[in-house]
Design a protein around this ligand. Sequence first.
Ligand code: SF4
Ligand code: SF4
Length: 290
Amino acid sequence: MIFAIASGKGGTGKTTVSASLATLWENDVTAVDLDVEEPNLHLFLNPEITGTEKGYVTVPEADEERCVKCGACRDICQFKAITLMAGTLLVFPEMCHGCGGCMAVCPEKALIPGRRELGEIVRGRSGNMEFLMGRLRIGEAMAPPLMRQVKERMGFIATGDVIIDAPPGVSCPAMNAVMDADAVVLVTEPTPFGFHDFKLAWEAFSPLGIPMGAVINRAGLGDSTVQNFCKEKGIPIWAEIPYDRAIAEAYSQGRVIADAVPGLRDTFLKLKEHMVAAAEENDMLGVFRA
Ligand code: SF4
Ligand code: SF4
């Protein structure tokens, strides 16, 4: 089963929750850091790195001698990554999404596949846990193509459950990370900003029809607006992690809080039970619906 740990905004403790879950998971597990713009799950899990490869996207390269300036490539590119200006064909590889449309429609075969580096895909191991991470190249704007490549590797190497540390927010990368999950954990904190972004995330992910539950981090810090919202919308609260100095210290030292702070292991084991039960129930409902 695939579990995505998401949040409406950064800094809520999403990676802390991911690391704790991955560490206490008893079955085979693959921890996947899909927060490719700012991956940091490895800092907590300390995997032994077993391989690194580059990820690329295919972009067109123009053969000026063959090009008859017909404009078909420009017309099909919805990202304005290729154009004609004063009779000159211009390609903007950084804007290209690698769909291949321009190369397919060029009547003169004047566009040949080149490539742009997206970043790297890192594989590792920590005890019985497989580890996978995408890291976007500095200056690269498009996270989803690299995320897709990480997910492809995930399909090959994951033999058991998968825990995805998703990017924060509700934009394309976050959607891309949660869309294949069997259950989503939405991590938030009881502050006005936390509530605002939690609500956005819940509204954005709800149409996917994936079971979701909340984890309230730093519980006791603010007020009960998040809890009240969850009650009103029927969102189960799967765990509350207290606002506690010992947790902040463990986090600052790069330690996994489920291991470092007494009592938290049980909190995370119960969270795991909720996640698995929600995913299994959804799976059963799917069978009945079919
Ligand atoms: S590959 Fe797709 S996105 Fe890239 S330039 Fe061609 S049509 Fe545009
Ligand atoms: S479709 Fe081919 S021939 Fe036409 S402008 Fe583009 S590169 Fe040139």
